[in-house]
Design a binder for this molecule. Structure first.
Ligand code: C5P
Length: 283
């Protein structure tokens, strides 16, 4: 058997860091959504677990490898798999690329190995790999709480055209969380109001509700983050915000044409016009 899966990137519409936990992680409240920028994963049978990729990631940091090893260990499966990874999502960029690859490795191997695990079981394993991994098992739009393991899928379809801009700085999530001041937070957050503002294209309300508590700390070290944000607004974005722990900044645009025009003005940075994903995928 051989098949191909597309692992999407995500953005955080808002990310509120609520407080530091005794285990060193931070409790957060975030609205996350997948976008149509994908890594590719090709699965085929093999005696051992092997990951083939053009990127040089040490085995211990390779979340695809970690996910495969964990799944085999927890299920006592005896065979292996060959997984070919094609990277499109920038790394250490706040877009969840590594986490998505890990989640789709669990989903892919569940199928390849005929394990028959359900979504809940896969989400439990996903949480052991990384804080963002359960979100990608759950579906395309969700409120995420706790360390990231409490995922509440959202039925509302938030359809938007975004311009992603990345200045090529790799930000470590641990570093970003370590520098932020928890409790700056704007919760309680009303998801209904967010959806209303979204549907009504309410520029003022949206720019207020799209925020990231990690942004100030990361922008203090890398002023280019704030510059990109200002440029996106100047180019006509309804709102702009850093995603995850950075360094990607997204701008929300009224149309694909506007986003493409803005992209022309954002040289020399990596940039991509994307659409949000709303449909959920099968396990
Ligand atoms: O879970 P993950 O390995 O992706 O997290 C990377 C780092 O980001 C953690 O080691 C931790 O320092 C920080 N983090 C956090 N609180 C979270 C998620 C991540 O402090 N909810």
């Amino acid at each position: 058997m051989q098949f191909f899966l597309k692992a999407p990137a995500k953005i955080n519409w808002f990310l509120s860091v609520v407080g530091k936990r005794p285990d060193g992680y931070h409790d957060l409240v975030s609205l996350m959504q997948c976008v149509d920028l994908f890594d590719g994963l090709q699965f085929s049978g093999s005696d051992q677990i092997e990951v083939i990729s053009e990127i040089e990631v040490p085995v211990k940091d390779n979340l695809v490898y970690k996910a495969a090893m964990l799944l085999r260990e927890k299920t006592s499966y005896r065979g292996g798999a060959s997984i070919r990874l094609r990277k499109e999502i920038p790394m250490a960029a706040g877009l969840g690329g590594g986490s998505s690859d890990a989640a789709f490795t669990l989903l892919g191997l569940n199928r390849l190995w005929g394990l028959g695990l359900g979504r809940e079981q896969l989400m439990g394993l996903a949480a052991d790999i990384g804080s963002d991994v359960p979100f990608f098992i759950a579906g395309s739009t969700a409120m995420v709480e706790g360390r990231g393991e409490r995922v509440m899928p959202l039925a509302a379809a938030l359809e938007a055209t975004l311009l992603l801009v990345n200045p090529g700085i790799a930000v470590s999530a641990g570093w970003a969380y370590g520098r932020c001041n928890p409790g700056l937070t704007k919760i309680p957050f009303d998801i209904k109001l967010f959806c209303q503002a979204f549907a009504g294209k309410d520029r003022a309300a949206l720019s207020d509700m799209i925020f990231n508590d990690l942004e100030a700390a990361v922008a203090a070290e890398y002023p280019v983050i704030a510059e990109i944000k200002e440029r996106l607004i100047a180019e006509g974005a309804v709102a702009a915000c850093m995603s995850g722990s950075g360094s990607t900044v997204f701008g929300v645009f009224g149309s694909e044409e506007e986003a493409l025009r803005a992209a022309n003005g954002m040289s020399p940075y990596w940039r991509r016009v994307v659409k949000t994903l709303s449909e959920n995928y099968d396990v």
